[in-house]
Structure formats: C-alpha cells, structure tokens
Design a protein around this ligand. Structure first.
Ligand code: KIV
Ligand code: ZN
Length: 514
C-alpha cells in the first residue's frame, strides 16, 4: 500500500486562528505530542514573523527527533536566512516557502506579472536549496490559478530543486472533483513531478476540506497537510484526525496507509484544545464529546444487540480513556509518578512534586480523579515556567445574593512581589471579579470573550475558564482550571495578563541581543 505523509501545521496555520496565541513552552509540548501522534512533518512556526516565533521554531527543531521540523518563509532571502538560523539544528532541516499563483493574488496582492512570479519562485527555491536539503514550495491559492500557468511554474520550481510541491486550496473554494482533477493534471503534465512529493493543503470555508483532501489522495497526493481539531484561519484547515480515521476505516476504498498512531488522537486533540483554549464542538467528527454518544432509543437498542449496527468507530480506536478512573485520594507519590510516566509526561522532580501537591488538593475536593483531570494537571505543570515574573492569585471571594449587588474581593501578588487587595462590584459575580482585577493589574485591560466549560463529566468536574482580552492594547488569551468556576475565571484572567507580560519580555530580550 502507498504511504501518505502527514504534515501537521497546528503550530503555524493553526496558531494563525483568531484568539490563539501559544507560548514557547506550550508549542514545545504540542510538538512533542505531535511526534508521538506520528506526524511526518511538523510545521513549527514562521521564524521571520517575530522573535517569539523564531525562538519556538529553534527550540522545537532541537527537541523533536522522530518528525521532520519545518518553518514557513516568504519568498525573500531575509526570511529564508532567518528560517535557516532557526532550523539548522534539526535532524533534517526542512523549509516551506510560498508564493501566490492565482491571477487575483498576483495582480492585487503581489502586484507582479506571472513572469516575475516565476522568477521570484525559482530564485527563492535555488537560494533555499543552498542551505536546506528539503524544500517545500507552495503555490498559494493554487486551486484558483490558471492550470497551465500552475503546471509551468511547478515545472520551473521542480527544476530549481524543490523537493515537495504543495497545491493549497487557500480560501477553501474548490470542490472535491475540481481539487482532485488539479492533482491529476499536475501529475500527468509536469515533467519530473515523479521525483518530488505532491502535497494537499485544504481550508474549510465551504466545509469541504476533508472531502477535498481525500480527493487529492485518490488523485495521487503523497502528503496531506492539516491541523489537529481543524483549527486555523477563518473556518480552519482540514482536521488531521478526520483524515487519519477515514483512511483507516475505509482502507479498502483509499488503499493507503499513514504512520499515524491512532491511539494518540484523543490525547493530541485534548492537548491542543486545552493549550490553545479553542473549544471542540460536541458533534465534531472523531473527537467531539458526543462523537460516540448514542441517544435515541432505537440506536441504543441496536447497540445493545450488536454495536456494529450504529458504531463505525470505537472510542478505544482513538485512545479515548478520558472517563477511566485513574487515581484516588489515597494514591501515593509513586503511583502518581508511574501514572504520569505511563501518560508520556517527563517531569523533573520539582515539577513532579508540585503536580503531586496539586493532585492531593484536587483529590480532597473531587471524589474520582479521571484521566482527563490528570492530563490537565500534568500538562499545566509541564509548561509552567518558573522564570517569568507573574501576577499570582492569592484569594478571591465573591458576595452574591439575588437581592443585592455582587461584590468581589481579590488579592494578588504583583510581579514586583507586593500583595495588593481590592474590592469592587459588578452586575454579576463574574463582572465583579473582572472589575476588581482590572484595578489590580497595572495596564489597561478589556474582556473580548469569555467561556467556561467542564473538564470530563460529572457534577464535581473541574471547571475551565478561557478568556480572550486585550492587555496593554494587545489581544491575548488566558485559561486556567479550578474546582470552582469563579476561581478558574480569576486565574484565567491573570494567566492572560502573565502571557502578555512574558511575550513582551521575550521581545525585549530579543531587541537587547540584536
Ligand atoms: O493556505 C495556504 O495557502 C497556506 C500557505 C502558506 C501554504 O497556508
Ligand atoms: Zn493554509
């Protein structure tokens, strides 16, 4: 069977989604999980975009060993130079360069003639190949490009040394038939195309990203690109977990294999959702909360008689053990450590001790600790960064009754170390907390969006709060969990503020060293 490479762009195209901003520690954690998931290529960021992106790409390239790590660059030498600096420490340095090829993009965005575009593409691929053994060239907006021009420019960049050609449906416009036909046409008409990998990259604006990606595979694509949970600009990218499971369940139809470890799907999906703060819709294919829930009587009856009546995918296939009981109040440090290792966490002694203390606190409040709780707790410890100066929540108290105005009293430790305390009212308990915190932080803050969800199931489930806000004029997302949603809310608010401070800190350091 033909093998299809999986190119994951959660940390680049996915991170471009509105409201998502991951820090370096979080990106490294996701990259390590993507390696376990079995991604052939991990696109770790856009090194020339910012010092924070550069740092993350460089650290991921030196951490990940089993997947190829790539970074994005525009077709300009300075971007390629910066990508080389970030990626040269990787096992197989790989660069991803792009240039638009559709009439609308060439004319109105690039303001270049088709001849100029060919020249720039060829020059940038040749320049990149001086450094990189692997160069992927993307024809941005390929699906709206003139097929003959597309075939011509692809031939030119293959001759220039590109090792992968990517044909994106950048704006999610193509139908499966059109997208498949484009692959067939390029395969049949471009001399030398058999020497390079042909890649598909689909966006989901018309909800056809999965169908389009599968059509590309049927028509000769060797690699497909997408993100976990389908996160990405606008309506997102194709969801990799959907492709991996579709290819597995309908193997007889597609007759291809991937190196994806299906048992890592659930965990990868949960980690991406947790760290990006992006909610997975309950009915999302493969990883939604309800993906395996059978509600109607007729379906439940069928399932009891023979699960095959209504179940084509099992939770076990994707490693869904989120409701599995793992540890209890009396579990000791050893059992906790063993479980953490079993779940793939590598915590140093200090982080392990902190995680164990948090676990004990939680076990006192929550009867059953399930894998989902432990996963959140361990991930949070893994990414905790002790160096950055932070605001820390000391206490939050809310006075609420149906007749009076709610009041929140909050105390926090400021980055300089002093403990400050304030009390303010609001229209509701949450607004009272926001109003109070606004007085305690030192720069102007505005809430853009706020959401509370539960981790796992049951009445004593942990509450997770996600806040999109602006702090000192910059948009930032914060999240945190606690047994009580009001505490989670206050912590998520401070998490957003701390993340913005940490981002400024990285930028200031980079300015000082350049
Ligand atoms: O969608 C797109 O065209 C892209 C390119 C940068 C490959 O993400
Ligand atoms: Zn894209």
């Amino acid at each position: 069977m033909r093998n299809i490479d999986i190119f994951d762009t959660t940390l680049r195209d996915g991170e471009q989604s509105a409201g998502i901003n991951l820090n370096t520690a979080e990106k490294i954690e996701i990259a390590r999980q993507l390696e376990r998931f079995g991604a052939t290529v991990i696109e770790s960021g856009f090194p020339a975009a910012s010092p924070g992106d550069f740092d993350a790409v460089q650290r991921i390239a030196s951490t990940v060993k089993d997947s190829i790590v790539t970074g994005l660059a525009r077709s300009v030498r300075s971007d390629i130079d910066s990508a080389w600096e970030a990626l040269k420490g990787g096992v197989q340095p790989h660069l991803h360069i792009f240039l638009a090829t559709s009439p609308i993009h060439m004319q109105h965005k690039l303001m270049k003639t088709p001849e100029e575009v060919v020249e720039i593409a060829v020059e940038s691929v040749k320049y990149a190949r001086k450094y990189f053994p692997l160069v992927e060239w993307s024809a941005e907006d390929a699906s709206r490009s003139d097929p003959e021009f597309l075939a011509y420019i692809v031939r030119k960049v293959v001759e220039a040394g590109a090792t992968t050609i990517n044909l994106p449906d950048t704006v999610g416009y193509a139908t499966p038939q059109e997208y498949g036909a484009m692959f067939r046409y390029i395969k049949e008409t471009v001399p030398g195309i058999e020497r390079v990998k042909l890649s598909a990259h689909c966006h989901n604006d018309l909800g056809m990203a999965t169908a389009n990606t599968l059509a590309a595979i049927e028509n000769g694509a060797d690699q497909i690109e997408g993100t976990i949970n389908g996160i990405g600009e606008r309506a997102g990218n194709v969801a990799l977990e959907e492709i991996a499971v579709a290819l597995h369940i309908r193997k007889q139809i597609y007759e291809v294999e991937t190196n994806i470890n299906l048992k890592e799907i659930k965990r990868t999906s949960e980690m991406v959702s947790q760290l990006t703060g992006s909610f997975i819709q309950p009915n999302k294919a493969v990883v939604g909360k309800n993906a395996f829930a059978h509600e109607s009587g007729i379906h439940q009856d069928g399932m009891l008689k023979n699960p095959l009546t209504y179940e084509i995918i099992t939770p076990e296939l994707i490693g869904d053990a989120s409701t599995q009981l793992v540890l209890g109040k009396h579990s000791g440090r050893h059992a906790f450590r063993d479980r953490a290792i079993q779940m793939g966490f590598e915590l140093d002694d200090e982080k392990l001790n902190k995680a164990f203390a948090e676990f004990k606190k939680l076990a006192d409040k929550k009867k059953e600790i399930v894998e989902a709780d432990l996963f959140v707790l361990l991930t949070d410890q893994q990414i905790s960064d002790k160096e950055t100066p932070v605001y820390k929540l000391e206490s939050v108290q809310v006075q609420y009754d149906t007749e009076n105005i709610p009041t929140a009293t909050v105390s926090v430790t400021r980055p300089a170390g002093e403990v400050v305390r304030e009390a303010t009212t609001g229209a509701g308990s949450v607004e009272a907390i926001f109003n109070t915190l606004e007085r305690l932080v030192e720069e102007e803050a505005h809430i853009l969006d706020y959401r509370v969800t539960s981790i796992g199931k049951g009445r004593d489930a942990l509450g997770e709060a996600v806040i999109n806000m602006t702090y000192a004029g910059e948009a930032v997302t914060g999240r945190d969990v606690a047994q009580d949603v009001l505490e989670a809310t206050a912590k998520a608010y401070l998490n957003a503020v701390n993340r913005q401070l940490a981002k400024n800190h990285v930028q200031t350091e980079a300015t000082i060293t350049t």
